[in-house]
Design a protein around this ligand. Structure first.
Ligand SMILES: [Zn+2]
Length: 316
């Protein structure tokens, strides 16, 4: 049993990025926890059937319930809200709201995440990439920043002494939508005689495929993505081809993987890998408990864990 912590920006990001991976690890007996940084207050209502004044007036509460339904569909054991307001799209007025995530003090925001890391004691943290040229939302950039800092500080007792006993996660990953997946799905649409939603703009996005270290086989769990997305009823148009145009079994057959970039590792692992927990020693069920004495994950030298994290070698 190991523990996986996924950090996301808004309700619905957990559905579109990595939901089948989490479902697979939960099915295999691991523990999974979701951190959602913001309440998604700035989300547009994309489902015409739900676009009315009543829904708009109650959007934050509705999005919270939608996230809970998605969490249930995916199988996450726990959900934490980091408590910030959605910063809105780049250059929108919401960027300067005093409660928004983008305006939050970086050390303070990192401290909230460190407190969760020290309580849950994840072996692996999954976050957004350092290269978000394809989609630059201020909250997504922030999620990356605080996740990297939390990975570096959670095991350092000089940081956040009131945030619980220190804990050093062993691996940090960036989730990514690979070009290989985009091409496989695009070709499957065409093969089936369906109109592909992937136009030239998609193919102009810079590819990160050369950085992918880890392909997780999620073919059996692909359908979880659809269930999780549909749980976000206000945010997702159920007729949207981009999300649902390809039947699940065809999408899974075309590309049965989710792709990750291993950004930091304190354990030995041979790249490329097929498992986020590769190199991590199994831990007991009782390791994630509030108020327990600090321990170090199996196989990690406490002295090494206190040092700056090691860079990961590129896949050959
Ligand atoms: Zn988002």
């Amino acid at each position: 049993m190991a523990r996986l912590l996924c950090v996301h920006a808004h309700p619905d990001d957990e559905a579109s990025k990595g939901a089948p991976t989490v479902a697979r690890y939960v099915a295999e007996g691991h523990r999974a926890r979701l951190v959602c940084a913001t309440g998604g207050e700035e989300g547009d209502i994309l489902n015409k059937a739900l676009d009315n004044d009543q829904v708009r007036a109650d959007l934050p509460a509705i999005r919270a319930r939608e996230l809970e339904a998605s969490v249930e569909a995916i199988g996450y054991h726990e959900l934490d809200w980091l408590g910030y307001r959605d910063s809105g799209m780049p250059d929108s007025e919401a960027n300067t709201h005093p409660d928004c995530f983008a305006m939050a003090d970086l050390d303070e925001a990192t401290g909230r995440l460190v407190a969760i890391v020290r309580r849950f004691r994840p072996n692996v943290i999954v976050t957004y990439s350092d290269d978000q040229q394809g989609y630059q939302h201020p909250d997504h950039l922030r999620v990356h920043d605080i996740s990297v800092l939390a990975f570096e500080r959670a095991g350092d007792e000089a940081w956040y002494p009131d945030a619980g006993p220190v804990w050093q996660p062993e691996k940090l990953y960036y989730s990514t939508w690979s070009r290989a997946r985009l091409i496989a799905h695009h070709e499957k649409f065409i093969e089936l005689g369906l109109e592909s939603p992937y136009d030239d703009r998609w193919f102009e996005r810079p590819s990160q495929d050369h950085r992918v270290t880890t392909k997780v086989d999620i073919g059996r769990w692909y359908g979880v993505r659809r269930a999780a997305l549909l749980a976000h009823a206000t945010q997702v148009d159920p007729d949207e081809k981009f999300w649902f145009g390809l039947p699940d079994q065809d999408a899974a057959a075309a590309y049965p993987y989710e792709d990750y970039i291993l950004a930091r590792s304190l354990v030995d692992t041979d790249l490329p890998e097929s498992d986020l927990f590769a190199g991590i020693a199994a831990t007991g069920d009782d390791a994630a408990r509030d108020g327990e004495a600090a321990t170090t994950p199996g196989g990690v030298d406490p002295a090494a864990a206190a040092d700056p994290v090691v860079a990961v070698r590129e896949p050959s």
